[in-house]
Design a protein around this ligand. Sequence first.
Ligand SMILES: C[S@@+](CC[C@H](N)C(=O)[O-])C[C@H]1O[C@@H](n2cnc3c(N)ncnc32)[C@H](O)[C@@H]1O
Length: 400
Amino acid sequence: MHRIEEILRKQIGLDATSIGSSVIERTSRLRMKQCGLKDAEEYDRLLAESPEELSTLVEAIVVTETWFMRGREAFAAFADLAINDWLPRNPKAEMRVLSLPCSSGEEPYSMVMALLDAGMPADRFTVDAVDISANALARAGNAIYGKNSFRVKHLEFRDKYFVQVEDGYALSPDIQRHVTFHRDNLLREGYKSGVRYDFIFCRNLLIYFDRVTQSAALNKIRTMLAPDGVLFVGPAEMPIVTDYGFANANISHAFASRMLETRSQRSEVRSSKSDLRLPGSDFDLPAVASLEMDRAVSPLIIARRLADAGQLADAEMLCRKHLETDDTCAEGYYLLGLVKDAANDPEAINYYRKAIYLEPNHYEALVHAALWLEKNGDVTRADAFKRRVERVRPKHQVES
Ligand SMILES: C[S@@+](CC[C@H](N)C(=O)[O-])C[C@H]1O[C@@H](n2cnc3c(N)ncnc32)[C@H](O)[C@@H]1O
């Protein structure tokens, strides 16, 4: 399976630890079965000879999870910058915007809605949207969305720009017409847009890459961004881009940055980052946002907050990255178990067990393992864990 991980790393930059080797193994074995192959070496050969099979495997592996107005502060900041900064400086030009990766279209369509709501003239901007997944792009072109695409609390935009149809909500053609979708791979040799974009959203892609691939991806993004352009990334990705040489634009909870011009500007920003400290302790998304520049904060704290904010895929990714550097961290396995549990994934119990193996008195892991087993009908084992819970229960809880 190591060969397949290497192929995926080379083709799409995927760092196997980000989604877990077991996911890659399961998916590859399923594909082998569907192709009627028993031997992993035969499947390697097929992947090398057949671009179609490679593309099918990539489709099955990529995480295309997304939703409308994901990280709504980014869309508010983007629209505000467009109207109050870009428009006055460019009274005649057309504003160019890129969403890469765009997945099934929720992100670029959210950009259009945000711009129009903020008063951007409809004939003054265009949005390009790029993704490697043909399936996701087909959903974007169809532009009919189910409830998973509407996860944010405030849904006024749905009432305004969608009509309910039999299988979901159909997006207005007035929004759709602003977006042009392309299928491409950011890491493909020779991939370049030929356009300098005023705004680029590259959110929740870099987290799937290793360090070298992150730099290669950012090299490309830098060449596509206008000199005074703004780059938006995902919450867990801000340290990656500031390390690379972008400067945080310091827009609250938006994860926006601009490219620094010179090497000395870059090192100035790097040295000032060590002054930042962990802010307040409320477990909501804004708290996650305010952690964005502090590399000293444990990825597990950020992961926990992302999990609490319902961003399970991002939380899982950070746990895995953390475990990659410390595979004896019980807390990391426990948190991964919680994330899996929240997603109703049966792997949850294995991670709780691993946490307990590493730290036999890990109280929360014991409690959650007992609850999981009980929920899944294994009363005998659940009782055994409950007895252990009783033995290690913190004293103040026994007394209260
Ligand atoms: C989690 S989605 C992010 C979508 C959106 N930006 C968001 O934040 O909601 C990640 C997307 O990256 C795409 N992707 C993965 N590797 C890619 C590559 N090398 N080039 C282009 N797209 C890629 C996947 O197909 C998937 O749709």
